[in-house]
Design a protein around this ligand. Structure first.
Ligand code: SF4
Length: 369
């Protein structure tokens, strides 16, 4: 992000975030690639002398990608980054300061998307503190400049498709989509609705924008679509577990956990969902705006499928929580980031693309109870 040209940075209105040091990212996220300068710097500082775990075996590993390029990744021990301390803080940060960490560690959970209107700057939903600090943390807008100046952060993506798939065979040119995005963000902001009601609002607006008459929402079809996506995810996880395909014991454990959560949710699909407390509704409103502004729908294959995926994560998290009363954002924090991490994993994109019709059906048939 260092072209020297002034760019307009847009954030979701009222977005807030801060790191609570929960260690979730250090356990469950991909820890690389690390910049060669970081490796050289930590080697020169004799990191093993300061942090004995780094002397006890390699503190980074290398992988060769499909393009033949070799990249380095932080090693994990006992399921977490080798530099994660018992108090869940980072040893490199504590010893040498934030700038000594790899760029992706410094930048997490921010993502920046260069689009025709400038740079959209958002927080990822798979940070453990995101649901809670969305109400209590400092404004994301105030954190953008510092985050965007982190070198080698890997946070920047480019969004420049010729056509944006809205759903099925319906799409819009990029400039037309950017205008629709602005209208959607304005329309959703401040709507005090459960996720199903929020997504209904996006359906009406998008249908109008692309000249499509949406079918009357059908709750039965909605449930069937949720069931179909979860069954597809469970089949994949059955296979991953049976063939021991997970790249590390930590990822195998996370996969087994999510497999159990999928089964648990499938058993409860016929039961009514607990309502959301005010703070949780606000958080999920902000998350839906983040899906749109941050183009978090791209991996799902269309805007409708991306909104369906937002609904899926919100729905399964609520089934998972088994609350007696309204689900708070603190309760959401125990499971929603895990579902987000699971479904936004790049290796899930192929499966989600296959499940795209069911995800779009979720979006087309969601109704507020
Ligand atoms: S998951 Fe979020 S809150 Fe937890 S340590 Fe990482 S950045 Fe901080």
């Amino acid at each position: 992000m260092d072209s020297g040209e002034p760019v307009q940075v847009r954030v979701a209105r009222d977005a807030r975030w801060s790191c609570e040091g929960c260690g979730f990212c250090c356990h469950f996220h991909e820890l690389g690639p690390i910049e060669p300068e970081v490796i050289a710097d930590l080697t020169e500082r004799d990191i093993g002398a300061h942090w004995p775990r780094a002397a006890d075996g390699a503190w980074y590993t290398t992988r060769t990608g499909p393009d033949g390029q070799e990249t380095a990744w932080l090693a994990k021990r006992d399921g977490a980054c080798i530099f994660l301390r018992e108090d869940k803080l980072c040893a490199v940060h504590a010893l040498f300061g934030a700038a000594a960490k790899p760029g992706f560690c410094q930048a997490f959970p921010f993502v920046a998307i260069r689009d025709p209107k400038g740079v959209a700057f958002v927080t990822r939903s798979d940070c453990g503190s995101a649901p809670v600090t969305a109400a209590t943390g400092p404004a994301v807008a105030e954190q953008a400049a510092a985050a965007l100046s982190i070198p080698n952060s890997r946070m920047l993506r480019v969004f420049q498709p010729e056509r944006v798939d809205v759903f099925a065979d319906v799409g819009l040119g990029l400039d037309a989509w950017m205008d629709v995005e602005t209208d959607l963000l304005r329309a959703i902001y401040g709507l005090d609705l459960e996720p199903e009601g929020l997504t209904s609002a996006t359906r009406s607006l998008l249908a109008e924008a692309v000249g499509f008459e949406p079918p009357p929402p059908d709750p039965g079809r909605y449930r069937m679509a949720v069931f179909a996506v979860l069954k597809a995810l469970r089949m994949v996880m059955d296979h991953v577990i049976a063939t021991e395909q997970a790249p590390s014991p930590a990822e195998a454990a996370f996969g087994a956990e999510m497999h159990a959560r999928i089964g648990h949710t499938l058993e409860r699909l016929d039961q009514p969902l607990s309502p959301l407390a005010d703070d949780a509704r606000k958080y999920l409103n902000m998350q839906l705006r983040t899906v749109l502004l941050g183009k978090r729908f791209v991996g799902a294959g269309s805007v409708g499928a991306g909104i369906g995926l937002f609904l899926l994560n919100a729905t399964v998290a609520r089934y998972d929580i088994e609350a007696d009363g309204p689900v708070t954002s603190a309760a959401l924090a125990t499971v929603h980031p895990r579902w987000s991490r699971f479904t936004h994993n790049r290796s899930m994109h192929a499966i989600l693309n296959k499940a795209r019709p069911a995800l779009e059906d979720m979006w087309l048939h969601a109704t507020e109870a």
